[in-house]
Design a binder for this molecule. Structure first.
Ligand code: SAM
Ligand code: SF4
Length: 334
């Protein structure tokens, strides 16, 4: 069975946030004030998440991305991924991580190896800068060397694809581009530049901080020469890829704010770690699946809930309409 929203999007992708906790403090992801974390009892157990995914899979969910917060800060996330991989209908599992814990070793095995063994196919690793000071300023932590070890651990572990995600910040990313492009090439990873979105606080996004993907592309071309668009090349999301003809390297641009076609191919739902099902990252809509789940519903009721959320999926996000976020990105799951 497959579910479609009112605009013909076939929903096949669920992002599952396993925690709102993180070992970093990225400026654009968390507001500066003291964090109020979800209580343990308000966070879904892995079994609850697996049940939701099972029901989702019966409705056509095929791809899962495990995210957070920082998913690798939640114990036993590798075991959770292995259980996800056992669910009939789930064909593709990826993880989004800041990379700081990928090289962490337990009984001689790295976390990256555990994830690959569990059936995780792709690793999306956030990397805004290769300059230790800039990295620390952006993420609030001096962990760049650990991230680089993490990227190497991911390569050694044999993920089928590794993507490096850099959030575009005016006045900063411009200087980082040449090194990031070279690093991605050396590591055979797919580099993507992501427009800043007003997902945590409105203030993170201003004329002083926002760098649109069109400008980013021109800046990349200053390093690489003219890029060739690759409209046919797609990964799981809305990135538009371009080729550097001289080297064959591909670079992705993700422009939620300025790409007016951004939502056209959206096939995603998001499950927050406190059990809200969200039909869109850039919308206030969220539906309390946890209460239904803990209220003793059967799978048919869960499926009906799921279908109802899909039916409420908006045509496009609200980011361009003076959007006032109601949830921090870290508590949604990127
Ligand atoms: N901790 C993991 C990580 O950093 O990759 C996973 C969760 S994080 C919320 C997922 C992605 O969201 C990261 O690539 C991060 O850069 C991105 N992100 C967070 N806040 C953002 C914002 N305001 N605008 C654009 N991307 C953002
Ligand atoms: Fe943590 Fe990822 Fe948010 Fe940075 S972007 S604070 S690493 S959840």
């Amino acid at each position: 069975m497959e579910v479609e929203d009112l605009f013909g999007h076939r929903i096949s992708y669920l992002r599952v946030s396993v925690t709102d906790r993180c070992n970093e403090r990225c400026r654009y992801c968390m507001p500066e004030e003291e964090q109020a974390w979800f209580a343990k009892e308000d966070t879904l157990s892995y079994d609850e998440m697996l049940r939701i995914v099972r029901v989702g899979a019966s409705l056509g969910i095929k791809k899962i991305r495990v995210t957070g917060g920082e998913p690798l800060t939640r114990p036993d996330v590798d075991e959770f991924c292995a259980n996800l991989a056992q669910i009939p209908g789930i064909e593709d599992i990826g993880i989004s991580t800041n990379g700081t814990l990928l090289a962490k070793t337990d009984e001689g095995i790295t976390m990256a190896e555990r994830l690959v063994k569990a059936g995780v196919r792709t690793a999306n690793i956030s990397l805004d800068s290769l300059d230790r000071e800039v990295y620390q300023r952006t993420t609030g932590r001096d962990l760049l060397p650990r991230v680089i070890e993490g990227v190497d651990a991911a390569i050694a572990a044999g993920f089928q694809a590794i993507k490096l995600n850099c959030v575009l910040m005016k006045g900063q990313t411009e200087r980082e581009m040449p090194a990031l492009i070279q690093f991605a090439r050396d590591k055979n990873a797919l580099l993507r530049f992501i427009e800043l979105m007003p997902v945590s606080t409105q203030e993170v996004l201003s004329d002083d901080t926002f760098l649109p993907i069109a400008t980013a592309r021109k800046l990349v071309e200053q390093t690489t020469g003219p890029l060739t668009p690759l409209p046919e090349f797609r990964t799981n999301g809305p990135a538009a890829y371009h080729l550097i003809p001289d080297t064959g390297q591909k670079i992705g641009f993700i422009g939620a704010m300025t790409n007016l076609h951004f939502c056209e191919s959206c096939d995603k739902l998001r499950l927050t770690c406190d059990g809200k099902l969200r039909p869109c990252l850039g919308s206030f809509l969220e539906f309390d699946l946890r209460s239904v789940l803990r209220g003793g519903c059967d799978d048919a009721e869960l499926a009906a809930f799921f279908q109802n959320v899909v039916a409420r999926k908006p045509k496009e996000h609200d980011f361009r309409h003076n959007y006032q976020p109601n949830r921090r990105m870290i508590a949604i799951g990127g």
